[in-house]
Design a protein around this ligand. Structure first.
Ligand code: ASP
Length: 343
């Protein structure tokens, strides 16, 4: 009898040891919640949404078989409340975490989708680590029929723990597809398949079987810009061009202290004669001008003229790069090279 009991105790202990070993071997990821639709419930159409904490959002069936997931409520706001100061705070937190926690396989950031592409591109340019940062969100609140947040979070965890995700910088995971932060943009106001990379396409398909990369991404294990000591970025405004646009908006933002301007131009970066005259006045005061396109895709040649073309960076991405460039130099030739190097 005693022998049988001893055998049972031994078997039980072995099982516990095996479970503990499996848990110890499981990769660890950390999710920083910042808010957005993914972190909301109710009141979607009336603007009365309630906030859902990040640890609640991670109560997803089966996720603990992929990784040990830690959560941190970094912010809980709409992405319209996230700008340069918050980007810098987020950079500093992620940099610290990567330094202090060699055991973390990757970091996931949940974020409102409206300005997600800007935060993601900023992190891509400023975080220097082999381990990935994966930004995700959702188009539907957590309690809505067809909510996409849990699926996007699960895919983001798969990407963060996948060895092939190393050295790829910051990526955006939405609707079963993984994108390079540089390339992705929100193209539709409401649909779940809103994120696209118009000129370059997605990096990978993500499904329960795994992460399937089908093209290379610019490897980033070093930060292009060191923002460790910065608490703000130089002011850069985006100015839209349209039929009959005058010079008022350009003169106003220059008077407000803009050090750079990005023109969301017509076609290949064009603007009206009145805007052109205002841009020349701005340049005479040392303001750096970048021309982009409002069309949603295509290139504006970087060129050699007085304005710098953005290549295929859309206006909001060109603004992020110009802010960072201006934090390093005011020299237009050097800034032109930075835009060229980021094509
Ligand atoms: N307004 C929300 C935000 O960007 C939209 C979303 O998350 O999808 O915070």
């Amino acid at each position: 009898m005693r022998v049988i009991r001893n055998v049972a105790v031994l078997a039980c202990t072995l099982t516990l040891v095996q479970v503990a070993a499996a848990q110890a071997a499981k990769p660890v990821v950390r999710v920083l919640g910042t808010g957005g639709t993914i972190g909301s419930a109710g009141g979607y159409w009336t603007g009365n949404a309630t906030r859902v904490p990040i640890d609640q959002l991670l109560k997803i069936s089966g996720i603990d078989s992929v990784a040990t997931v830690e959560t941190e409520q970094f912010l809980n706001v709409s992405s319209s409340a996230i700008g340069p100061t918050r980007w810098l705070e987020l950079n500093h937190r992620i940099t610290d975490l990567f330094q202090q926690r060699p055991d973390l396989r990757g970091i996931i950031v949940t974020h409102g989708t409206d300005t997600m592409e800007e935060t993601a591109y900023f992190l891509d340019l400023t975080i220097g680590n082999e381990r990935p940062v994966v930004v995700t969100g959702s188009m539907r609140p957590s309690d809505m029929a067809g909510a996409d947040g849990a699926a996007n979070l699960t895919s983001a965890v798969r990407v963060a723990v996948d060895p092939a995700g190393q050295g790829r910088g910051t990526m955006v995971m939405m609707d079963d597809r993984l994108f390079a932060a540089r390339d992705v943009t929100k193209t539709n106001s409401t649909r779940v398949e809103t994120f696209q990379a118009p000129e370059r396409g997605a990096l990978a398909i993500v499904d329960p079987e795994g992460v399937f990369y089908h093209r290379k991404s610019p490897g980033r294990s070093t930060a292009q810009f060191d923002v460790g000591t910065l608490t703000d970025l130089p002011r850069v405004d985006v100015i839209y061009s349209y039929a009959g646009a005058d010079s008022v908006a350009i003169d106003a933002v220059v008077a407000a202290g803009a050090r750079g301007l990005v023109i969301a131009g017509v076609g290949r970066g064009g603007s009206t004669a009145s805007q052109g005259a205002a841009l020349r006045r701005a340049q005479a005061k040392g303001v750096v001008v970048v021309t982009s396109t409002r069309t949603g895709s295509g290139r504006v040649p970087i060129g050699t003229g007085s304005a710098i073309g953005s290549g295929d960076l859309n206006p909001q991405k060109a603004r992020v790069l110009l802010m960072l460039a201006l934090s390093r130099t005011n020299d237009a030739a050097q800034i032109r090279k930075i835009f060229s190097d980021n094509q």
